[in-house]
Unconditional design. Sequence first.
Length: 76
Amino acid sequence: MAIKQSELENLLKEAFPNSEIEISDLAGDDNHFAAKICSSLFKGKNKVQQHQMVYKALKGKMDSDLHALSISTEEK
């Protein structure tokens, strides 16, 4: 089962309010996405911690509905 881009965007916006979020469907198949997130919530966190926050925001979708996600994070 694939995830719609809008659902992915909603999950990330819920977890990272007031952040800049860009989602791209890399293959047009609702299964390979790139996400760029610029958030003040990343302040003081290293890249591993930032990416862990993103995975947590996906609420298990990465293990089932989402095959691939390229993540780019930065502090706002």
